[in-house]
Structure formats: structure tokens, C-alpha cells
Write a protein that binds this ligand. Sequence first.
Ligand SMILES: Cc1cc2nc3c(=O)[nH]c(=O)nc-3n(C[C@H](O)[C@H](O)[C@H](O)COP(=O)(O)OP(=O)(O)OC[C@H]3O[C@@H](n4cnc5c(N)ncnc54)[C@H](O)[C@@H]3O)c2cc1C
Ligand code: SF4
Ligand code: SF4
Length: 366
Amino acid sequence: MKTYLNLKEEVWDRNICSGCGACVAVCPVDNIYFKEESPIKFLCNQCACTIEPVEDIEHPVSAEFCKTVLYDVRCGACYDACPRTEESHIPEVDSPLGRILKMFRARAKIPVKNAQHGGVVTAVLANAFEEELIDGALVIMEDRWTLEPESYLATSKEEVIKSAGSKYQWNVPILKALKDAVMNRKLKKIAVVGTPCVMNAICEILTSNNDLLRPFQRAIRLKIGLFCFETYDYDKMIKILEEKGIEPWKVEKMLITKGELKIILINGDTVKLKLKDIEDAVRTGCKVCRDFTGVTADISVGNVGSPPEYSTVLVRTSWGEGFIERAYRNNYISIEEGVDLDAIKKLAELKSKRAYKYYHSSTKRW
Ligand SMILES: Cc1cc2nc3c(=O)[nH]c(=O)nc-3n(C[C@H](O)[C@H](O)[C@H](O)COP(=O)(O)OP(=O)(O)OC[C@H]3O[C@@H](n4cnc5c(N)ncnc54)[C@H](O)[C@@H]3O)c2cc1C
Ligand code: SF4
Ligand code: SF4
């Protein structure tokens, strides 16, 4: 029986953890958690200087009360949910973009105030709530004052609309709210929105034979993957903003496009940072990641391949097609032909090349 000790050896100690939080969510005894120390949160109360965290770790840790290690109780849930172990089941696909049933560009036809692009992710979820196809959606909310993101379980159309927009800064395990949704709230029709690493964790859970993962398998209904090249450590990102004289509350929206991070401020100004200049803030686990579009999702959504105000949609499963079709028929989204697939392929290949550079020894598709 594998335990968190195997996870530690194969993932944490090799610095390949994506920070998805699946192991945290499925551990039945809450043995695994993320240390949330951050220099922003911990101010010395003597002289108000900033206390640096003891260590800069990007993976979870153990509270040392794993029941398998201590009492030989059958578990292994954390190991079986992790998509980055040597035994993970992520399916190999022939094309770097994975299986595509349909592709198009689309826009929300309902008002989505903070939509990142076409607002399609939000509109599809809003329709799913309206039709009671889902009873919960794992999304990311953001503290508009500090820009601190939070894993959030939305249970209504209104909440999902409030969560629109991309949060590039990582501070929380995205799947953290999954435990609450399944084990405490007993929701049975959950949609998960997430980056490709999160989609892979869900795929890992759904294809596992571990009985402890059954409640999660039964509850997850829809996987919406977001295109993703990388995410940025929250503290490092805030430091970069501060160096540019930008306080977090002044930021209206962040946008990654054409090799730049565009920071749109509430006064209408835009500050542009070259992605290579903020490379140090990229999370280590992202550098070994090869999947740009989320090949294991039901629907993948990004912007590359379409004009800025549209979302590019890749439908991968008939299940995903059902959710899109219903949103379209109910006038929640509009759909148009014309996606530049080569542009998507180019970025997918670039990401794959970077992963090989950082992690030559692996043949895994993460
Ligand atoms: C870290 C990151 C990197 C990305 N990189 C690219 C890229 O390089 N190229 C590209 O074309 N597209 C990229 N995207 C996707 C793009 O930013 C939009 O999310 C996508 O186009 C959908 O737009 P929308 O208007 O339909 O979404 P919206 O309707 O605005 O909905 C977005 C949904 O995503 C959720 N969300 C936001 N941030 C996160 C997060 N970090 N993890 C999980 N869920 C989240 C929100 O809560 C909301 O439900 C990235 C997204 C993220 C989060
Ligand atoms: S990749 Fe995800 S599941 Fe694996 S150790 Fe990291 S946080 Fe846990
Ligand atoms: S680059 Fe990969 S590991 Fe990093 S957030 Fe995106 S999908 Fe996850």
C-alpha cells in the first residue's frame, strides 16, 4: 500500500508537485496540508518588518498522522489521486492537443462582468446551474483588495458569475474545496474548473480503483479545463507588482497575451511586463508541465486562436458537448467558426519543449 511517503519521494522531493491539492482533498484524516506561511501575512509585531518564511516550499506537507504509516490501515488515497507519481494513469494521446470533437470560438450572451475573454466558462456553468445539471462548481474567487485567490465552491448561478476572470497567481491548492463539496456538503453533480494539472488530478481520481475515491468519482460531473502555460507564486507576484509601484487593490485585471503580462489598473492605465522578466515567479511545478490545453477535460477553454473578446473552445467528450449544446440552445452563449489551431499548437509545443529542458528523464505527459 502506497502512502504519503511515496508521494513525498516521487513528487514533493523531486519538485514536480503542481500544487493541485488533490492529495489534500482526498486524505480522509486531513494528514496532508499546505503550509500557508507568507511574508505578506506574517508581519513582525515588534518593529513591523516582514518575516521571511522559513522555507519556500511549493508542495504540501504531512502532519505525521497518516493511519497507514502508523497503524497499517488501508488507504493510499493521496498517492492514487496524484497525477504526478510514477504510477499515474494520465492517458497518452497522439496529438499534443489531445482529442477534439468540435472547436469554435464563443462568447457569453448573458452579462459576465469580469469575464477573462468571452465569458464562456461562466456562461456554461450559469446555464448548468439554471437547468440544475450541476449543484456545485469548484472555481477560484479572489480578494479584490489583496489579489489573493481562494479555492471556492460555488453553489449558484450568481456565485459563479462573481468568480469570472483568470487568477494567474497561485496561493491555494485549487482542489481544496473538493473535500467540503463531496464529504461535508454531499453534493452529487459537481463541475470542476481548472488548469490542465487539475484536470489530470480529476482524471486520476476518476480512473482509480481505490474505494476511498469512490465518493469523489460519483460526485464529479463536468471538467472544464483552462489553457495554461504557467502560474506564478502569489508572494513573488505581489513583490513584482510592489517593485513597479502597483498596490494590489489598484489592479482591475491581469491578462497574459503575446509574451506579456498586461496589468490593467482601475484608473484605466495598463502596465506591461515581459514574461521572461517575471520568470523567477513561475512555480517550479509548472516548469515540468507539458499540457497546455488540458487534454483530459470534457471541454477546454482558452483565448489563443481567437480574437481577444472571444473564448476558444475545444470540445473533447460527448458529455462536454451536452453542456455546450444546452448553453447554446438556452441562449447563454453564441458560437462562431474560425479558430487558429496552429497558434494553439505552437504554444503547446513550446510548453512541451520547456518541460523537456527542465525534466529530461520523464516521458510522462503532465
Ligand atoms: C493560470 C492560468 C493561465 C492561463 N494561461 C493561458 C494562456 O497562456 N493562453 C490562453 O489562451 N489562455 C490561458 N488561460 C485561460 C484564460 O485566461 C481564460 O481562463 C479562458 O480563456 C476562459 O475565458 P472565459 O472568459 O471563458 O472565462 P471566465 O468566464 O472569465 O471564467 C473563468 C473561470 O475560471 C476560474 N478560474 C480563474 N482562475 C483560475 C485558476 N487559477 N484555476 C482554476 N480556475 C480558475 C474562474 O473562477 C472562472 O470560473 C489561463 C488561465 C489560467 C487560470
Ligand atoms: S501534484 Fe497535486 S496531488 Fe500530487 S502531491 Fe502535488 S498537490 Fe498533491
Ligand atoms: S503550467 Fe501546468 S502545473 Fe502549472 S498551473 Fe498550468 S497546468 Fe498546472
